[in-house]
Structures are given as C-alpha cells and as structure tokens.
Design a protein around this ligand. Structure first.
Ligand SMILES: [Fe+2]
Length: 153
C-alpha cells in the first residue's frame, strides 16, 4: 500500500464517523475534491503532486472531525502534523510543508509561498467545480477569476 492509500484509510475512517449523511457527503466531496484539484494545479505549476494530494485531503479534516470550523486552519495544521507523524512514512520536511500550507489556507486575501497558494486555489476551485453558479465572496472571487483564466474555464 502506498503512502496516499495509507492516508486515505485514516481520512475515510474519520469521515465515516460523521453521523449526519449530508455532512459526511460534504466531507468526502470537499476533501477528495480539493485533493484532486490540488494535483491538477501541482501538475500545471510544477509543484509536488503527492504532497499537494496529501494537503488537500487533510486541510479541513479536523473541522469535519470535531464539527466546528473555529480556528480551523491552525487546528487542521496540528491534526495534519499528528496524522502524518503517526504514519512514519513522511519526512520531517514533508510534514512541515503540509502543516504550513494548511496553517495558511484560510488567509485567502494574502499571498504566501507557491505551495500555500496552490492549496488555497485548490480549495476555491473545488467550491467552483461543485457549484459553479454560486457567487463567491471576496477574496475567493478574485482567486476564482484568476483560476478561470489559468485553466481556461
Ligand atoms: Fe476547504
């Protein structure tokens, strides 16, 4: 089993534990959707696609796990770090890279490093792909416009 499959088992176990079917569906759709969007953007932007997939899967896992979005970027970053550390197959540098981009992902009005920007854009792209008619609020609107230009959507 490869690293992504090991991680999916943990993500699935957390999401399977969500009682409300609609919340459970949202969790699967959003986390795996952001993960896939992150891989797409990583391929285009010459970033690490595997780590992008990991960051997408984990970025909001803590929010779904505890059912509140309070302080969700910091909480998600800590949870991602715990999970990746417990797997023992990710280097310290990789764990820190994922922790860092998740910690930044709510700051969509700010520009961070390229890998952090990739996760923020993947988050916005997944929302667009799942409901393209819903008008985004700022600062997601500007990111959505830039993504539509980048991806010719
Ligand atoms: Fe998200």
């Amino acid at each position: 089993m490869n690293r992504l499959e090991n991680l999916r088992e943990i993500v699935d176990e957390v999401l399977d534990g969500i009682g409300a079917p609609e919340d459970r569906r949202c969790g699967f759709v959003h986390l795996y959707g952001v993960s896939a969007a992150a891989v797409l953007l990583a391929q285009r932007r010459e970033q690490d696609a595997e780590l992008a997939a990991v960051a997408g899967m984990l970025h909001d896992l803590a929010t779904y796990e505890i059912g509140t979005s309070d302080d969700h970027a910091a909480r998600g970053a800590r949870r991602a770090s715990e999970i990746l550390g417990s797997l023992g197959t990710f280097t310290r540098w990789e764990v820190e890279a994922v922790r860092s981009v998740i910690a930044h992902h709510s700051d969509k009005a700010i520009i961070h490093d390229a890998f952090s920007e990739l996760l923020k854009d993947a988050d916005v792209l997944q929302h667009f792909l799942s409901d393209s008619g819903a008008p985004p609020l700022e600062p997601q609107a500007a990111r959505r416009q830039a993504l539509r230009r980048e991806l010719d959507l």
